[in-house]
Design a binder for this molecule. Structure first.
Ligand code: DC
Length: 236
């Protein structure tokens, strides 16, 4: 495939929680006129669906069956909605708007658990690929450049130190009125990192052809403009 002017490509952004992926992905999508594909929201919705169904997150067979049934009935929908703030993504679970309900620390933990189930990941692949099929997307997650869109034209792996990521997460929770203590946040971040990196299927890792960006000591604006330049070098 050759680069062409105005080609609308797939941009993959992977990295651990709190590396600034959400903000950067959202701002990059906006700058390019692309759609943001927030794949974490999909795993979060599955975790919430399990709670609603009374299925324990650790019940791998139960969660797998639930996810397969959910995708089979097209019960999970994502919609771009910049007006709602936050990630600017509206998430529908069986017709119910769960955009807010999926953004709690409890559901973060659940998403991390259910996302380690191979059948859950497999069941969600088609949905993610369909959402990116037309190009013109910035897809954000953990395995976008390695598994979901291994042929994405431009890939980034965004990371930052554990201390910085915990601080950001703490501030984010405080800003949304969810008070918690810093040590708890830091140990949650470490736990999620371990789970995301050590799972057997699609672990969090940098694709060989991804550009590594360390956001620890950098302003968001500078990162977004670096990413945008890299995308435009490819696409036009
Ligand atoms: O990005 P996030 O915090 O919303 O993601 C929630 C959880 O989902 C996180 O623990 C990792 C998992 N996840 C994943 O396994 N693969 C993705 N592509 C996106 C998220």
């Amino acid at each position: 495939m050759s680069a062409g002017r105005d080609k609308r490509i797939v941009v993959a952004i992977d990295g651990p929680a709190g590396a600034g992926k959400s903000t950067v992905a959202q701002r990059l999508a906006q700058a390019l006129g692309y759609v943001l594909l927030d794949t974490g929201a999909i795993y979060r919705a599955v975790a919430l669906a399990a709670v609603r169904a009374g299925t324990a997150w650790e019940d791998e067979l139960g969660v797998a069956a639930l996810t397969e049934a959910l995708t089979a009935r097209a019960g999970l929908r994502l919609e771009s909605a910049p007006e709602i703030g936050g990630k600017g993504v509206r998430v529908w679970l069986d017709g119910e708007d769960v955009s807010t309900a999926i953004r709690t620390p409890h559901i973060s933990l659940g998403a991390s658990i259910v996302s380690s189930v191979p059948r859950v990941r497999a069941a969600l692949l088609d949905l993610q690929r369909a959402l990116g099929a037309e190009g013109g997307v910035v897809a954000e997650g953990r395995d976008i450049g390695t598994v979901v869109f291994p042929r994405a034209e431009v890939k980034f792996f965004l990371t930052a130190s554990v201390a910085i990521r915990s601080e950001r997460r703490y501030e984010e929770l405080a800003a949304s009125g969810q008070l918690t203590d810093f040590d708890q946040v830091r140990s949650d971040v470490e736990l999620r990192d371990r789970r995301d990196s050590e799972r057997a299927v699609a672990p969090l890792r940098q694709a060989a052809d991804a550009i590594l960006i360390d956001s620890s000591a950098r302003e968001v604006d500078a990162i977004v403009s670096e990413l945008k330049d890299a995308v435009l070098r490819w696409s036009g």
